[in-house]
Design a protein around this ligand. Structure first.
Ligand code: AMP
Length: 287
C-alpha cells in the first residue's frame, strides 16, 4: 500500500492512473478502523481497479470540541488493517493539506439538515460536505463507498454529489455489527466492557420497532423504544421512523413504501447512532 500525505502528490498519481483507464474507488474514513470500514474496502476492491482509503479526523464536522478531542486515533493499527485488506492507497493528510486557506464553503441541504443528526448536531453536515468535497476533488474517484450505519450522512453525500454535478457512483454498504447486534463504530473504542454489552441495547430498541412495525400510527412503538432505552440508562436524542428515500419523518405509515428506523442516544459520554431499513412485505435491513 502506498501512503500519501500530500494532496497534490496523490492527485497527480491518480490523474496518471485515470489516464491509463484505471477506475478509482474511494473509502473516506476518520480512522480508528474496524471491520465495518474494511467491508467498504472489500467492496471497493471488488468493483474498482484501484482502492483508495483516506484517514482524516475532520474538525469541521464536530459540533462538540470534547468529542473531537476524544476521537480515538489508532493509526499504526489502521495502516496494518488496510495493508491486510489489500487496499492500494492510503491518503493520510494533515489539516493544512485539506484546508490550505481555511476558507469553508456552505451548502444548501434543505430539509435533510433540519432533522435528526442535522438538528442535534448543528453544523455537522456542513462540515461533512466541506471535507467530502475537498477529498473528492483530490481523489477524483469513479466510485464512492459509504456505510449505511450513517444513513442520513449517505443521503447528504448523495445530495452533495448532485449539488457538485459530478459523475460519481455512490455505493452504500450494509452495517457490520458485533455479535450482540451493536453496530461497529470507532466510538465503541471509548466504551468499557460493561458499557459495550449495554450499548447493544440500542440495536434491541430498533428491533422492538422492527418487530412491531405495521401500517397505522407509529407513536406508540416509537415511545416504547424510547422508554426501553431510557430504562437502560441511555439519554435519547431521537427515535424516528422515516421514509427510507426522502427521510421525511413519519407519525403514520400506510405500509406501501420502505421506511428506516433511526436512533441516536448517549451511553454515558458516548453518542451512538444506528438504523434499520424496513421494506414493505419483508424485513430487510439493507439500504
Ligand atoms: P467514519 O470513520 O466513522 O467516518 O466512517 C467511514 C465510513 O465507514 C462511513 O461511510 C461510515 O458509514 C462507514 N462505517 C462506519 N461504521 C460502519 C459499520 N459498522 N458498517 C459499515 N460501514 C460503516
Amino acid at each position: 500500500m502506498i501512503i500519501f500525505k500530500s494532496a497534490s502528490t496523490i492527485k497527480k498519481y491518480i490523474i496518471d492512473k485515470k489516464n491509463q483507464g484505471i477506475t478509482i474507488g474511494f473509502v473516506p474514513t476518520m480512522g480508528a478502523l474496524h471491520e465495518g470500514h474494511i467491508s467498504l474496502v472489500n467492496d471497493c476492491k471488488k468493483r474498482s481497479a484501484l482502492a483508495v482509503a483516506s484517514i482524516f479526523v475532520n474538525p469541521t464536522q464536530f459540533n462538540n470540541s470534547a468529542d473531537f478531542d476524544k476521537y480515538p486515533i489508532t493509526i499504526a493499527q489502521d495502516i496494518d488493517m488496510l495493508e491486510k485488506s489489500g487496499c492500494d492507497i492510503l491518503f493520510y493528510p494533515s489539516h493544512e493539506e485539506i484546508y490550505p486557506d481555511e476558507i469553508l464553503k456552505s451548502y444548501h441541504l434543505g430539509y435533510l439538515e433540519t432533522i435528526m443528526e442535522g438538528k442535534y448536531r448543528p453544523g455537522h453536515f456542513q462540515g461533512v460536505c466541506q471535507v467530502v468535497e475537498r477529498l473528492l476533488e483530490i481523489v477524483q474517484p469513479n466510485d464512492l463507498y459509504l456505510g449505511q450505519k450513517d444513513y442520513q450522512q449517505c443521503l447528504v453525500i448523495k445530495e452533495l454529489v448532485k449539488i457538485l454535478k459530478i459523475d460519481i457512483q455512490v455505493h452504500i454498504n450494509e452495517t457490520v455489527r458485533e455479535k450482540g447486534g451493536l453496530a461497529m463504530s470507532s466510538r465503541n473504542k471509548r466504551l468499557n466492557m460493561i458499557e459495550r454489552t449495554q450499548a447493544s441495547k440500542i440495536y434491541q430498541a430498533l428491533y422492538i420497532i422492527k418487530m412491531e412495525l405495521k401500517p397505522g400510527n407509529l407513536m406508540e412503538i416509537k415511545n416504547k423504544a424510547i422508554h426501553y432505552l431510557e430504562e437502560n440508562k441511555f439519554k435519547v436524542d431521537y427515535v424516528e421512523v422515516a421514509d427510507a428515500v426522502t427521510l421525511r419523518l413519519l407519525d403514520q405509515w400506510d405500509g406501501t413504501f420502505p421506511v428506516v428506523i433511526l436512533t441516536a442516544a448517549y451511553l454515558n459520554e458516548v453518542r451512538l447512532i444506528d438504523n434499520l431499513v424496513m421494506k414493505p412485505g419483508g424485513f430487510n435491513s439493507s439500504l
